[in-house]
Write a protein that binds this ligand. Structure first.
Ligand code: AR6
Length: 541
């Protein structure tokens, strides 16, 4: 057919932007300091093009439960023992500066330095730095390794030790049950990540349940360095080292905003009653991958502890995204574990690496020059939306329970409806795919419908990447065409899903849903000719 020259289905990609080009889509709200938005840098005067990174905002050091405990805080004290075994307290930062100012020529020197201010882990069986040693002693070419210790590492050290200069105001944590934002310059972020590289963040290493940061992801890189030295783990470290090489060679000048959105459950939609039409623009593509869909809100298939296994063995969508765009990892420093009706949006991160493979075959494949333009607040026009699906180990039928359906709908809606206004279509659209259907074991038959419902409710167009699955593309497109044809509402769709969940838990879901759509939905009334609405775009066959 005439359509066979393209492989996508549904509506064209342009409908996701509301414009001909990804950069014609509306910008997100500007960076503006407010009681729920902390800006850690001086916002440059209007009209000033940023050529240099913005200067740090200056404030009073805070050492408490609501702020990141910075390694350079004068209140961060560390016990040291003198030659007579007598204990006294020293500023931890002084110990860090001392340890990192000595020559570090190989991985063992590096480990020794890190252990100087993490003495509690000297004998830990978890702190063997197997991946770090393997990378620099065996995996890399000798020259690459030498270059790292001669050139790159001294630069990372310099960057890490610039912390008191680059961060001069307290950084609030993005805590549960509160919507709030933090904006940092890319330079500040690079400095925080350099500190994570040297594992300088206090109180962030403990795995105990009652530890202060038990409900936060790891941020110090130790768990990654200590992981079993699988090739993909070493490749992840290579990505991170490449990032440091880049930012040390040329300081990036942009900024990044991290926003936690928390909506009380009582303010989430009453799904059964929703009269929104399912026919929001949907584009289905088996070849696109999420990070390549410029301009759209790109979903991160997250863990409730952001980053998931990025600082460990994990190497699927979220972990890969975080190592090719390491600035995203600062979200791990900031964000308390996500609750069911919470999501995180990160605007402005840059991509530094290319990769090939996936999972165990993942490889760093060289430098990536990110051509994404900046918005009026000097953020790259890249928005990453972290949404944690529910894990269903062993593909249990649990995902069909009404509570689970509702939980996933609410989660996706909390994310998709961020920065929306009014009732009409909202731009840019969302770029997503088999959310919760890989490591988390969900079914894409269900998850694709739930995500279309959430995007319809939020009014955002949806681009769905089926990850090379053409049959899935056709199924989603068929369902979508029927929903459009029958003018199905979100509420009707919800009831159909619930009805299914109360009958059989077999894999006949697809057939059931497709036939329900035919039987249970009234055919559309024959209306007098109207102006075509953007919602009723004819999907491709
Ligand atoms: N673009 C589009 N689709 C993709 C991409 C991509 N770049 N990468 C993968 N897919 P998964 P989950 C498809 O398993 O099930 C992490 O550890 C592919 O079909 O990453 O939500 C997190 O930290 C893949 O099977 O997401 C969480 O702990 C599917 O998307 C956990 O995994 C799901 O990708 C989340 O697991």
């Amino acid at each position: 057919t005439a359509m066979s020259h393209h492989i996508w289905r549904g509506v064209p990609l342009q409908y996701m932007y509301g414009s001909d080009s990804p950069w014609g889509t509306p910008e997100f709200p500007l960076v503006r300091p407010a009681c729920n938005h902390t800006v850690l840098y001086h916002i440059p005067n209007n009209g000033d093009m940023i050529e240099r990174p913005p200067k740090p905002q200056i404030g009073q050091d805070k050492w408490d439960k609501d702020h990141v405990r910075l390694p350079c805080s004068p209140q961060s004290l560390y016990p040291v023992f003198d030659n007579f075994g007598k204990k006294r307290l020293r500023e931890r930062w002084d110990i860090i500066v001392e340890a990192l100012s000595k020559p570090i020529r190989n991985s063992q020197d590096l480990v020794n330095a890190i252990l100087t201010y993490n003495t509690g882990f000297r004998d830990s069986r978890f702190w063997k730095f197997s991946a770090l040693h393997k990378l620099f002693d065996e995996y890399l070419e000798e020259e690459e390794s030498r270059y790292f210790f001669d050139v790159t590492l001294p630069q990372i050290i310099q960057l890490a030790l610039a912390l008191p200069k680059l961060i001069q105001a307290p950084i609030p944590l993005l805590k549960q049950n509160r919507s709030s934002s933090v904006s940092l310059s890319q330079e500040q972020i690079s400095c925080l990540l350099a500190n994570a590289f040297f594992c300088t963040f206090p109180r962030r290493n403990s795995r105990n349940r009652d530890a202060e940061y038990a409900t936060y992801p790891f941020i110090n890189f130790t768990p990654l360095f200590n992981y079993k030295p699988f090739d993909n783990v070493l490749e992840k470290i290579k990505c991170i080292c490449h990032y440091f090489r880049r930012v040390c060679t040329k300081v990036p000048t942009g900024v990044v905003t991290f926003t936690r959105r928390s909506v009380p459950r009582s303010e989430c939609p009453e799904w059964a009653r929703s009269t929104r039409k399912m026919a929001v623009p949907v584009h289905v593509d088996p070849e696109a991958i999420i990070e390549d869909l410029d301009g759209l809100i790109q979903v991160d298939f997250a863990n409730r502890y952001l980053g998931g296994g990025v600082l460990g063995g994990g190497c699927v969508q979220e972990e890969i995204r975080f190592v090719i765009c390491p600035e995203l990892m600062v979200s791990m420093m900031l964000t308390q574990a996500l609750q069911p009706t919470e999501a995180v949006l990160i605007i402005g991160s840059e991509r530094y690496s290319n990769y090939s493979g996936y999972g165990s075959s993942f490889h760093w494949s060289g430098d990536h020059v990110d051509a994404t333009p900046m918005d009026s607040s000097f953020r790259r026009r890249c928005a990453v939306l972290a949404l944690d699906a529910m894990p269903f180990p062993n593909k249990t039928a649990g995902e069909w329970e009404v509570q689970a359906i509702e939980r996933e709908l609410n989660k996706a809606w909390v994310g998709f409806s961020i920065h929306t206004e009014g009732e009409g279509l909202q731009y840019p659209g969302v770029a997503t795919g088999n959310w919760g259907c890989g490591a988390f074991g969900g079914s894409s038959t269900l998850k694709s419908m739930l995500q279309i419902m959430a995007s319809a409710q939020a009014g955002r167009p949806l681009a769905y990447c089926t990850f090379r699955d053409v049959a899935k593309r056709d199924y989603i497109n068929r369902m979508y065409s029927r929903m459009c044809k029958h003018d199905v509402t979100v509420g009707q769709m919800y009831k159909m899903l619930v009805q299914y969940s109360q009958t059989a838990h077999t894999d006949e879901m697809k057939i059931f849903l497709e036939s329900s759509l035919e039987q249970h939905c009234k055919p559309p009334e024959v209306k007098p000719k109207q102006k075509p609405e953007p919602m009723s775009i004819n999907p491709t066959p």
